[in-house]
Every structure is written in structure tokens, then in C-alpha cells.
Design a protein around this ligand. Structure first.
Ligand code: SF4
Ligand code: SF4
Length: 133
């Protein structure tokens, strides 16, 4: 299964040690989807992780014990009844989660690439999109 972790860190527990723990202790392959680091060394990153559920849960527990603020990001959700395929989200998503189906011109969503930036949520005029971190 796959999960996305949102991990907040500070200068005392830097980004590198997160990957080290995930790879060496849990045999997970982290894929950094987003990382923002402030001048003081604190920051937040969103990691996509694939592996056995038990290992993912153990990794989450381990990171929390190491002092990281860890939460599981949920996927972006769309209310199909509200969406009218206007396309506003297609152009605004920085990682191309949305696309037009060439035959139907419906807006398709592939949330596996989502980096939880919220841009589409704010862009949707009918509030069809929601993101729960
Ligand atoms: S911006 Fe909202 S209404 Fe428009 S296509 Fe995207 S989800 Fe649908
Ligand atoms: S939250 Fe950001 S990355 Fe995710 S689907 Fe919306 S615009 Fe794309």
C-alpha cells in the first residue's frame, strides 16, 4: 500500500535523518513530493511511501518518537455532484494531477501525484475539491 506522510521538522531533527530512518530501519522508499525549509532550519516535507502497512505504521510511530511531527495526508477529494468540468484546476495544479479526457472533455483527477499544495481547492469556484491533512 502507499501513504503520504507530512513531516514537520526543526533544526534539531533535520530532513536527512527522516530518509535514513525510513530506508535503513523499515526498508521503505521515500519519494519527496514537496519540501519547504525556512532559514532557521525548520520546515515541512511531504513524502510518498510505499510498503507493507505494518512497516508504514511502525515508521510513523518511530518518527514521532524521534520528535518529528508526523501526519498522514489524505488524498484530494472531489465532489462529483458539484464539479462541472470547468477546468480551472487543470491549469493551476503544479504537478498535473488534473487533465482533460480528450473524448468526453471531462476533467480527470490522478491524485497519486498530489503534493497537497491546496491551489486547486482555492481555485474551484463551486468548492468541489477538499484536502484533509
Ligand atoms: S475547478 Fe472545480 S468545478 Fe472546475 S473542473 Fe476542477 S473540480 Fe471541477
Ligand atoms: S492540492 Fe495542489 S498538487 Fe494536489 S491536486 Fe490540488 S493543485 Fe494539485
Amino acid at each position: 500500500m502507499d501513504k503520504k506522510f507530512k513531516i514537520e521538522f526543526d533544526e534539531a531533527n533535520v530532513q536527512d535523518s527522516v530518509s535514513y530512518i525510513l530506508v535503513t530501519e523499515f526498508d521503505l522508499k521515500p519519494n519527496v513530493l514537496k519540501a519547504e525549509i525556512s532559514g532557521d532550519g525548520s520546515g515541512v516535507m511531504i513524502l510518498a511511501l510505499e510498503g507493507e502497512e505494518a512497516k508504514l505504521e511502525a515508521a510513523e510511530k518511530r518518527l514521532k518518537e524521534a520528535g518529528f511531527n508526523v501526519s498522514i495526508t489524505k488524498r484530494i477529494e472531489r465532489d462529483e455532484d458539484l464539479c462541472w468540468d470547468c477546468g480551472a484546476c487543470v491549469s493551476i495544479c503544479p504537478v498535473f494531477c488534473f487533465s482533460h479526457d480528450k473524448d468526453t472533455m471531462k476533467v480527470m483527477l490522478d491524485n497519486s501525484k498530489c503534493i497537497a499544495c491546496s491551489s486547486c481547492v482555492n481555485a474551484c469556484s463551486v468548492h468541489a475539491l477538499s484536502l484533509h491533512l
